[in-house]
Design a protein around this ligand. Structure first.
Ligand code: NAP
Ligand code: MG
Length: 478
């Protein structure tokens, strides 16, 4: 396979960095270089923001039904090229092919969903009595910045750029350094479909060099960031400089809570999905299994059995799980397993690279039992296929442990008792609660965090509020 040469995409042009610097993009399944990408810095960000600024009035004033038609056509084009996109996403990120394909189709779904919203997100009329007419206008913010992580490269662009463009904003995207390819493949389609220049711009590069200048640029009117708490804090500080709104999605340490009236095998199957999907590199992964005393043995037995069957392998062989995204992430996950053992947790399964894999950042499905809620492995986001098992006795205790972390992104509850399910749903500090099916929901359902998991809601109708501001117009009749 020949090595790709990637540039930035600015003003509908492919342009290298002003500095002419580049960086290598690695296939985590093989550790081979698959692309050279432009190493953007403040100068490239400047060009991209200028381009998006020029495009803003044009795009804002494009009829909503025309914006809608273009976004819908983009969704359709992605569907037609889903196999090609999936292959690039798999090579770039290490995702199994079938999973990559589902994420690509989900990206198309975001575009179609928000295409449908472009001409339907209404303002209000407000009754002030016979002497007034009062109405609200929903106006776009302007230029929106999207700083994206590597765990769902194109899907997260679809998730935030689609509603932003639907509402008439223009966008500058900074993909993660590990996974820049599909953001640029998307640009190819947009160019073909005739999106006006500057509506969608991509600057590739490192967080400190390209992400940071984008987040503090005065020409950016709103920032959507997904990633670590640490960088989220930097983004919020940068946005404070020019008083810009931010949407922050900062990961989690989400519980999957299994009560003793649940079916143990179903609970085990849901747990396997919750923690190993995408090799555990999911902000909403179910990384803490909270299991009630009486059912623990049965659940763990089924869980270990199912975990042993999880196939780990190179993305293009379409295994159950691929490698971690990078050596850095591998070291981090391995480090947490060691921390867990030192803290007194018991390693039930996995804990290292599968013996048969010499190259690639592979990590075996890993279960740590006898975890105390205060241990670091029960408090900190590991972002790998590592499950912490915690035992509880009562519903109150389950809730206390579930809520006893700095995060609050999602939570899963396994029970056949409807009263218990609803009490938990009310009590859990999380932006999404899944009852009896982990990850239940979709592009339509609002998603985002409580506490340090961030704020603002993506997905669904709710996301449109992130990309508009309200203007009230009050008219005195005379
Ligand atoms: P990260 O550093 O937070 O990266 C997220 C994005 O922010 C990337 O595009 C990154 O650029 C960019 N960035 C980094 N520093 C920046 C800065 N100073 N200003 C502006 N943008 C900046 O995450 P990571 O290093 O990839 O992963 C570290 C940990 O974060 C993971 O182990 C995981 O716990 C968590 N994480 C969470 C999510 C989630 O979905 N919530 C996603 C990814 C990671 P680069 O391309 O240079 O990194
Ligand atoms: Mg980083």
């Amino acid at each position: 396979m020949s090595i790709l040469e990637l540039t930035h995409f600015i003003d509908n042009h492919w342009i290298p960095s002003v500095s002419e610097e580049r960086f290598a993009v690695i296939d985590p399944s093989t550790e081979e270089v698959i692309a050279w990408a432009a190493r953007g810095d403040a100068q490239d960000v400047e060009r991209a923001v200028q381009s998006a600024r020029r495009a803003f009035p044009v795009w804002r004033d494009t009829k909503p039904r025309e914006r809608s038609a273009l976004l819908y056509a983009l969704g359709q084009s992605i569907r037609k090229q889903a196999d090609d996109f999936a292959r690039w996403e798999a090579i770039d990120s290490g995702k199994p092919l079938a999973r990559a394909r589902r994420e690509i189709l989900s990206t198309a779904r975001y575009l179609e969903f928000y295409a449908g919203a472009a001409d339907k997100f209404y303002g209000d009329t407000i009754p002030l009595g016979p002497d007034y007419v009062d109405f609200t206008l929903r106006e776009p913010l302007g230029v929106t910045a999207h700083i994206v992580p590597w765990n769902f490269p194109l899907n997260m662009i679809g998730r935030s750029v689609a509603p932003a463009l639907a509402m008439g904003n223009t966008a500058v995207v900074k993909p993660a350094e590990q996974t820049p390819i599909t953001a640029l493949k998307l640009a190819e389609l947009m160019l073909e479909l005739g999106f006006p220049p500057g509506v969608y711009n991509v600057v590739t590069g490192y967080g400190e060099e390209a992400g940071a200048p984008l987040s503090r640029h005065p020409g950016v009117d709103g920032i959507t960031f997904t990633g670590s708490v640490e960088v989220g804090r930097l983004i919020m500080r940068a946005a404070a400089e020019h008083i810009r709104p931010v949407v922050l999605e900062l990961g989690g340490k989400s519980p999957i809570i299994v009560f003793d009236d649940a079916d143990p095998d179903h609970a085990a199957a849901e747990t396997v999905k919750a923690i190993y999907s995408n090799t555990g590199q999911v902000c909403s992964a179910g990384s803490r299994l909270l299991v009630q005393e009486g059912i623990k043995e049965a659940v763990l037995e089924a869980l270990v059995e199912r975990s042993r069957q999880v196939r780990v392998g190179p993305a293009l062989e379409d295994p159950d799980i691929g490698p971690l995204v990078s050596d850095e992430q591998y070291q981090r996950v391995q480090g947490y397993v060691e921390i867990g053992k030192q803290e007194g947790a018991r390693l039930l399964l996995g804990g290292q690279r599968p013996a048969e894999r010499e190259r690639g950042f592979f990590f075996s499905p890993t279960i740590l039992d006898d975890v105390h809620p205060q241990m670091r492995i029960a408090q900190e986001e590991i972002f790998g296929p590592v499950l912490a098992v915690i035992t509880f006795r009562t519903e109150e205790e389950a809730l206390e442990i579930a809520n006893g972390v700095q995060y609050g992104l999602v939570a899963g509850v396994m029970t056949n008792d409807i009263g218990r399910a609803l009490r938990m749903a009310r009590g859990l500090q999380a932006g999404q609660v899944f009852i009896n099916e982990y990850f239940a929901g979709g592009e339509e359902t609002p998603f985002g965090g409580y506490k340090q998991s961030g704020f603002g809601r993506e997905k669904g109708w709710e996301a449109l509020y992130n990309y508009t501001q309200v203007k009230n117009v009050a008219i005195r009749i005379r």
